[in-house]
Design a protein around this ligand. Structure first.
Ligand SMILES: Cc1cc2nc3c(=O)[nH]c(=O)nc-3n(C[C@H](O)[C@H](O)[C@H](O)COP(=O)(O)OP(=O)(O)OC[C@H]3O[C@@H](n4cnc5c(N)ncnc54)[C@H](O)[C@@H]3O)c2cc1C
Length: 261
């Protein structure tokens, strides 16, 4: 079974700065870490490899510094890693990101399973996984907390707000993985040392035959209009009274006055 993990590097919380003019993250000023959900994605892929055999390949689209994260992925059990990095990818929204990743995965094909994190803690859209599945024409299951192989299919458990679903999905497929269902392993020292000498392939737009008008700013239909911290300047009012009926009556009249009911 060949499993491809999509691993994103994200700024370490607290090190993020936003350019006041362009409203974009100044990524160069941030320390990068592996998106926490993607650690769980990698762990699930490596556990599947350990039980069912096969290989785990990892792809990341990001700046050259993302190589460090890929070395860590090798240390955690990945067999091959690939970095998708090119200035022309800058400014990509989720549509352009999923396009570029799909082009890279098509180059890495064939595959049985794609594993993504549920969400990236910086962009926080949770769109890239399902978009990628759509682009590659495979079924997808989100918010997975357990997976095992079963005769050409994957048996998965996915969590909902107040329930769990057991599903069987035909392979090839894509899953997105929740966090906190287990403990992602630390990289092994032996594997990390071996990984230091590995040549990590870096693919640009040309290597994955990405069309220029589908990547970067020109391939991104969304635009960040403004980024700001919300302010809360409404005044609270505590309704007091001798009994509940009186207080509820006062509440209802306030809501009516403000046109809320
Ligand atoms: C208008 C706009 C402009 C933007 N400009 C820039 C920019 O200039 N530079 C920039 O770096 N970002 C930019 N972004 C952010 C970029 O679009 C997102 O980081 C990216 O599309 C992923 O979206 P997300 O963070 O919401 O990921 P989610 O959809 O929440 O991620 C879910 C999962 O998808 C996978 N995944 C997501 N992204 C990657 C990746 N890059 N590599 C591998 N796997 C991945 C991971 O498994 C992840 O757990 C921009 C976004 C918008 C909307």
């Amino acid at each position: 079974m060949k499993i491809i993990v999509c691993l994103k590097t994200v700024p370490l919380p607290g090190t993020v700065k936003v350019d006041p003019e362009t409203h974009r993250l100044i990524r160069e000023s941030s320390q990068l870490i592996i998106n926490p959900y993607d650690r769980f994605a990698l762990e699930m892929a490596v556990r599947l490899k350990e039980t069912s055999g096969g290989q785990v390949w990892v792809v990341s689209m990001g700046p050259p510094q993302a190589k460090e994260a890929l070395i860590e992925a090798l240390g955690c059990g990945a067999d091959e890693v690939f970095l998708l990095s090119d200035r022309s990818f800058a400014g990509s929204d989720t549509l352009a990101t999923s396009y570029a990743l799909a082009r890279a995965i098509e180059k890495m094909a064939p595959f049985d399973l794609i594993v993504c994190g549920k969400v990236a803690i910086d962009g926080e859209t949770a769109q890239v996984g399902p978009e990628l599945a759509q682009r590659l024409g495979v079924p997808s299951v989100t918010q997975v907390v357990a997976a095992s192989t079963e005769e050409g299919a994957l048996k998965v458990t996915r969590v909902l707000d107040h329930a769990r679903e057991e599903l069987r999905v035909a392979l090839p497929a894509l899953i997105t993985v929740e966090r906190d269902w287990g403990r992602p392993r630390l990289p092994s020292l032996k594997r990390l040392l071996a990984a230091q000498n590995r040549e990590i392939p870096v693919w640009g737009a040309a290597e994955v035959a990405a069309e220029p008008d589908k990547i970067g700013f020109s391939g991104s239909p969304t635009e960040v209009v403004e980024v700001f911290s919300p302010t809360y300047d409404g005044q609270g009012e505590i309704i007091q009274g001798d009994n509940v009926e009186e207080m509820v009556g006062r509440l209802v009249s306030i809501l009516r006055e403000r046109g809320l009911i």
